[in-house]
Design a protein around this ligand. Structure first.
Ligand code: GAP
Length: 517
């Protein structure tokens, strides 16, 4: 099965089992907007909690806020979003499809990188132990050719974007002979800039109404509250402010399910530090955030860094943590050293001082900021698409299983009486009533036990607790483990302890800590 087919199955699985539905589906949906169903909301909550605890509880100098979606319109002028939050768009005249010019170029570079990887793999096989990869990459004419093509293309693209020269951006696409993936032609229109912010009006009388924006990032709610939090919380630099909330972008190319949405949720943290220390903190957060991802329990090889060549208008260093989605490595989280750009801009536009007074040095200054920013929906997709597996079992049957890390699973335990009689439902209910205060549990007595196991596998429930006739006498139940499908007998009195040990977020958080080697 191709990765594309697997991804299609993930999308339909999400709908069938209540993880994600298209928004307003009875009206045929709304492009790039999705609703989370009963299990999706639970998984999302668990991911949210793991981020919130990791950032605010583990770091004594980080606090969380919840600012409004609507903000004064001048915020977006100061932040640069009114003038510069644009995507360069290009259309293919034959397919009538619209693309982001930067994405076309990035994807072309990625194809060339894959060609280099293939050459290296072939050579490694040919030369065996004697293979010297560094020498091969720097001398093999084909590899050197590909690398030069990537470097030249990216340098020209960055220069064209920095100069705001859209004709040159188009020329880069033409010179690289990039074709439309749909029509296969190079019949491109000119490149145009398109602002991504949604706007609406505030005020009931049109003459008094003012144009306001739906926030395109949560970060600005943190910047404008910097002094409020610093003063009311008596925070000392360095310190961070974290926030989770909705953001809105009028994405032109809304594809790949919840990867790129028009309404999505961000989890952002601005870390305020003294000027000159920002690179040290940038390195800290770059390393710590990757460790946080790995603490979720997905394999390390699914993550990689991508350092930015073209920096945003506010950054002096930036990188992405990319994840291996079914459609390739793509950005999951951004880490940016945003300098003092935002606070200084707000000082200018609001005509208010946004400075920190360092009592030890007897000095006031505008802090520098390192930002970590991750899309909750993208994180959801990373976890779910990695968890989804179609398996052929030894007896020839098949199952779909979501191997979601136990601490994140929407349902931690299913309580299953073997039959609907003989006092088994009553005992099962009493176990449920005991466990439900600490764990998300699901009670199910419908269908055969085999069918119920399959259903819980498909929901990602790590433990099935089966109550049988023996349970009435020995006060034990059968616990079936989702991943290995092995079963063990556990005393009813020991269930709560077992579930706590296996599903507690604190275990992963404790292992994570705050130090970076
Ligand atoms: N405050 C910085 C900022 O917003 P960004 O790289 O534009 O930076 C940060 O966005 C993260 O938000 C991305 O890494 C991604 O995970 C998520 N994100 C951005 N646009 C998104 C969209 N249209 N749909 C879903 N997630 C998105």
């Amino acid at each position: 099965m191709t990765q594309e087919e697997v991804f299609k199955n993930v999308v339909s699985h999400c709908k069938e089992y209540g993880f994600i539905f298209p928004s307003s589906e009875i009206y045929d949906g709304l492009a790039a907007v999705y609703d989370y169903g009963q299990l999706g909301a639970e998984l999302k909550n668990n991911l949210r909690q793991f981020w919130w605890k990791g950032m605010t509880q583990l770091h004594e100098n980080i606090v969380g806020i919840d600012s409004a979606i609507f903000m004064h319109p001048t915020v977006w002028k100061a932040s640069g979003h009114v003038d510069a939050f644009n995507d360069p768009l290009i259309d293919n005249k034959d397919s009538k499809k619209r693309y982001r010019a930067d994405v076309l170029i990035e994807e072309h570079a990625e194809k060339l990188r894959q060609k280099i990887e293939k050459e290296v793999e072939k050579a490694a096989k040919r030369f065996g132990d004697a293979f010297d990869q560094a020498q091969f990459v720097s001398t093999n004419p084909r590899v050197v050719g590909y690398q030069t093509e990537i470097d030249t293309m990216m340098q020209r693209f960055v220069a064209a974007m920095e100069a705001g020269n859209l004709e040159d951006v188009r020329q880069v696409i033409l010179d690289a002979e990039i074709v439309c993936p749909v029509s296969g032609t190079r019949n491109w229109t000119e490149v145009r800039q398109f602002n991504l912010m949604f706007s609406t009006e505030m005020g009931s009388v049109s003459a008094d109404a003012s144009k306001i924006y739906l926030r395109p990032e949560t970060a600005q709610g943190i910047f404008v509250n910097f002094l409020n939090v610093q003063k009311s919380g008596r925070m000392k630099i360095p310190f961070g402010i974290a926030q989770i909330g909705k953001a809105f972008r009028n994405e032109i190319i809304a594809r790949q399910f919840i990867f790129r949405m028009r309404e999505f949720e961000q989890m952002e943290m601005q870390f305020f530090c003294a000027p000159g220390t920002e690179m040290e903190w940038y390195q800290y957060w770059k390393a710590w955030r990757l460790r946080w991802h790995q603490a979720l329990g997905l394999p390390a090889e699914n993550y990689r860094y991508h350092d930015h060549e073209k920096l945003a208008h506010y950054a002096n260093a930036a990188c992405d943590i990319e994840f291996k989605f079914p459609f390739g490595f793509k950005e999951l989280e951004g880490i940016h050293s945003r300098t003092d750009f935002d606070l200084k801009a707000h000082e200018t536009y609001a005509k208010k001082k946004l400075q920190y007074f360092d009592t030890e040095k007897n000095l006031s200054y505008v802090p520098y900021v390192v930002e970590t920013s991750i899309g909750l929906d993208r994180l959801f997709l990373a976890v779910l698409s990695h968890a989804y597996q179609e398996e052929k079992l030894e007896d020839g049957s098949e199952r779909v299983v979501l191997r979601i890390p136990a601490m994140l699973a929407p349902v931690k335990a299913a309580i299953l009486p073997l039959v609907k009689k003989d006092g088994l439902p009553e005992l099962a209910r009493s176990i449920m009533n005991d466990l439900k205060f600490d764990f998300a549990c699901q009670y199910d007595e419908k269908d055969s036990i085999g069918k119920r196991y399959r259903r819980q596998d498909a929901l990602g429930t790590p433990f099935c607790i089966t109550i049988d006739h023996e349970s009435l006498n020995d006060h034990c139940v059968t616990v079936r483990h989702r991943d290995s499908m092995t079963q063990e007998r556990v005393a009813i009195a020991a269930l709560s302890g077992m579930l706590k040990e296996k599903t507690d977020m604190a275990v992963a958080l404790r292992a994570l800590g705050t130090k970076v080697d």
